[in-house]
Write a protein of this length. Sequence first.
Lengths: 225, 240, 224
Amino acid sequence: MKLAEPRLSYALLGLSFVLVTVSLLMIFIVVPTEATMGIIQRIFYYHVPVAWVAFLAFFVVFVASIMYLWKRDRKWDTIAAASAELGVVFTTLVLITGSIWAKPIWGVWWTWDARLTTSLVLWLIYVAYLLVRSYIAEEEKAARFAAVVGIIGFIDVPIVFLAIFLWGTQHPSPVIFDGGLAPTMLATLLISLAAITSVYFLLLLRRIAIKNTEIELNNIRQLHD
Amino acid sequence: MAEAKAAAAAIEISRLSKSFNHRPALRGIDLTVSQGESVVVFGPNGAGKTTLLKILATVMNPTSGSAAIDGFDIKKEADEVRRRIGVVSHHSFLYGSLTARENLEFYARLQDIPDPGGRAREVAALVNMTSRLHDRVATFSRGMQQRISIARALLHKPSVLLMDEPETGLDQHAISMLWSLLAEGGQTILLTTHSLERGLELADRVIILNKGRIVLETPGEEIDLAGCKQAYLELTGDRP
Amino acid sequence: MNPTLTKILAIMRKDIIAELRTREVIVSVLVFALLVIVIFNFAFGADRPIMEAVAPGVLWVAFAFAGVLALNRTFIPEKENACLEGVLSCPVSREAIYLGKMLAAFIFMLAVEAITLPVFALLFNLPVLSFPIILTTVLATLGFVAVGTLFSALAVNTRAREMILPILFLPVAVPVIISAVKASTLALAGQPWGEMFSWLQIIVAFDVVFLVVSYLIFNFIIEE
């Protein structure tokens, strides 16, 4: 598959390395400490981009699922599966970094604020996606069923967010940050976002390459039998 | 029901293939069955008989190739195909908690039959099950269930019958009854069976399927029971 | 009558007759719902203000889990004797099959709720038989069965069968559950319609979106 070409992967690897290094420098050295929350606030610069990229990953699952049901080309299923795995990993990171952030600030490991709760529900939906894949032996059926879950899950996301957001406004919860972002903070956030996005695409390509190799291996096994 | 297509073969199969997880179950089947012909398919387990029938019954999609019933394509004109085929399997397709009559009426409605109750009584009479119409199917013996199954297949007067080991669970008497029903019905029949003797009685043509391919195709009169058993053994390595 | 409508109703009717015959689903689901309520009562103690506060939540936990039980049973009978194959070989659209099964599940759920609500009112001495709560219940149940029927067809075709349905279905149904609980809470507190309306809007949006999407996608689950 074209996308899994080594050259593109190496380019992304280089880009990711640069971006991550720069973003880490900015987070720990350049950006000033936030007034109210102190040092722990720096986790925000990874917490938020990781959340956005998790959402991007699930959007990719959504599009790939539709394309698979339309074209029935296996490569779309591979993209969906790889992106779903990454999405779950990134969502787990959102939950963990959210927890790490919450503890020093509010003294609790978890808060039922809108964003974290939505992330939790998202995590559950896409873990179910991965479970459905693992519970079906036949590849074509697994791909088809997973595509259905990928489509339903993503369409549900805005409704989940709306409901939880409305529910959240009834229970005033700790505000993540108020006011605008100082220019350096904004810059740090954007660079971190670029870094995480680059890492996502790198991991996506590598995962797709591994899956393609697995498929080839299976084909050879079948021929041998 | 759409206009019948002129001079179409009853069943026309062209390079039909089906794979599961890249394991081929059917490899490029070509077959033409004329109107009113009875074709009997033999083959060991796993030969692809059930897969072939499921695809023709429009219950399963082929991986490649095409098929048409009375000229109607199984993919593009599936509903027209469904109006013309009667399907019998070793599964009964019957809901156990419903009575025979309720089952038959249900399927009659799905087939757009105007008087479901009346037609249900008619087909029940055909298979001598009138007295048990109002009993729940779960209380029936295997043989009685199979008879209602056959009645179900005949509800909409199909021109083509697809039957997957229909004699399973039937006693000799019931099999004879079934066979005479089929013989006088005049429908086109594609039937798989494990019973070589019985199959030969009915067949205009005999086909042996093995590992997804047709390995033998011969007119019924030309082959006798012993010859058939011999050929089956040679071609499939299995005892018939 | 429109032939497709005849078939949808035939499928719905078939499910209802089968259920009335065996009473498998409704009785076990009903008992389950009542059990949930009774156990919650013990869990929270007899403290009146607490019970009033958690009542809507308890009710909807009962309905959500009872719903999963009922939905699991939607497609299992179709697997016995390969009945679904029998239906698929008839000239009936896959969408009609979806609508027929969905309507039957909807009626089962409503029957269970129609019995649970008065019992709940009796046990907790709470006015749950008001119009707003009944409306909320009907609308939320519609959303449940819209997505639940689709997922039930999916689940029955996997190795894990019934086990996978709650894992798939409950997270997706979160918006409906939240909204139903919130709307019920407001109704019990005697609040005017204003605020309740936003919650009902979410439920209706969910219903419409998932009825349409499930209707369109069902074919991909059923085909082989």
